[in-house]
Design a protein around this ligand. Structure first.
Ligand SMILES: Nc1nc2c(ncn2[C@@H]2O[C@H](COP(=O)(O)OP(=O)(O)OP(=O)(O)O)[C@@H](O)[C@H]2O)c(=O)[nH]1
Length: 338
């Protein structure tokens, strides 16, 4: 527990080394670290109660490979930092569990951000952490907030499930789309923009300026025909060159506008509350599954039922029902004994 107290104090004081260690802890796949991470959050809550921290704005930045995400995050990040904000960038890569890849890990991009004293850039976690991508990323965001970062950006490659996962843990989703890929409104077909609160057509400079504007017009027309994201917000479509400070400022203005509108309408709190409920359910499922797998007595019961299934004495669904009922009854018994 002494370790958790020290680490929590380091995070709350804004030590980047402590923050890095804490994030490594929540990403760890070792059962002991899982318990230590839980202790850390108990301690963080205790320490923060004395010094409450404001919620950071969590923004997901997604888009197909090569859309210009890192370049854009670096440009946007610089403007936030110039405005006196503190910024954390977390890479989320659900695919890393299967590919072993890391979307920021091997990149030297975002160099200016990584070196800035008010910024914190974290590559995607290694695969195999307990608790799933959603929980560990949410934990990492909470740690960044506890460390005083008021903006947390999540970078993810929009190639399937990842952007949905990210949309489920952020306040705002920004989808970046490159011009000139010749595939028109592909992003709509691929469901990429379903969760978009803002669409940005990137690389709007030089010879790509005109195709970027044309693609933005197509998306603007398409978006005007789609249902509003929520009452009070229709997803805007902007063009942006990350090399143009004015373009990046316009995107930042739109992010601020979204934030203010969401706060005013109550949508911000409602969205967070729904996310936390979903997260709680999936975290409990994950933890129960882990305990089932690792508890010797429960394992013995499962093996006994397995033997009966193999011996043809019982069907799997009947055995599962029997075990589940037993666990629930034991849990109830445990409750009444307390
Ligand atoms: N002309 C122009 N090129 C850009 C702009 N933004 C990014 N690029 C270029 O587009 C290429 C891809 O940019 P990245 O920022 O690496 O894109 P990404 O989406 O992070 O790429 P992945 O990590 O592979 O998914 C690089 O060669 C950038 O230099 C821009 O605003 N204008």
């Amino acid at each position: 527990m002494a370790g958790a107290i020290r680490l929590a104090a380091g995070v709350v004081e804004g030590s980047r080394a402590a923050l890095s260690r804490a994030i490594t802890l929540v990403e760890s796949s070792l059962p002991d670290d899982f318990a230590r991470a839980t202790e850390l959050f108990v301690e963080l809550t205790r320490q923060q109660a004395r010094r409450p921290t404001a919620h950071a704005l969590r923004v997901g930045i997604t888009g197909p490979p090569g859309a210009g995400k890192s370049t854009f995050i670096e440009a946007l990040g610089r403007q936030l930092l110039d405005g006196g904000k503190r910024l954390a960038v977390l890479a989320v890569d659900p695919s890393s569990a299967t590919s072993g890849g890391s979307i920021l890990g091997d990149k030297t991009r975002m160099h200016a951000l990584a070196c800035h004293p008010s910024a914190f850039v974290r590559p995607s976690p290694s695969s195999g952490a307990l608790g799933g991508v959603a929980l560990r990323t949410h934990d990492a965001a909470l740690l960044c907030e506890a460390a005083g970062f008021d903006h947390v950006l999540f970078e993810t490659v929009g190639v399937g499930q990842s952007e949905v996962e990210v949309a489920n843990m952020v306040d705002m989703t920004v989808v970046l789309l490159p011009p000139g890929s010749g595939d028109g409104l592909q992003a709509i077909k691929r469901g990429l923009i379903e969760h978009a609160d803002l669409i940005v057509v990137t690389k709007a400079d030089g010879e790509l300026r005109a195709p970027a504007a044309a693609l933005a017009r197509e998306y603007a027309t398409a978006m005007s025909m789609l249902r509003r994201r929520w009452r009070g917000w229709r997803t805007p479509v902007l063009t942006c060159s990350s090399h143009s400070p004015a373009d990046v400022r316009a995107v930042l203005g739109c992010v601020r506008d979204f934030h203010a509108t969401a706060l005013r309408s109550g949508r911000f709190e409602q969205n967070r509350s729904e996310q936390e409920l979903r997260l709680l359910f999936s975290a409990v499922q994950g933890e129960l599954a882990f305990r089932l797998r690792t508890d010797a007595r429960i394992n013995a019961l499962i093996r006994e039922q397995h033997r009966r299934i193999v011996g043809g004495e019982v069907a799997p669904r009947v055995a599962a029902d029997c075990l589940s009922t037993l666990f629930v009854e034991r849990m109830r018994g445990g409750q009444s004994a307390q």
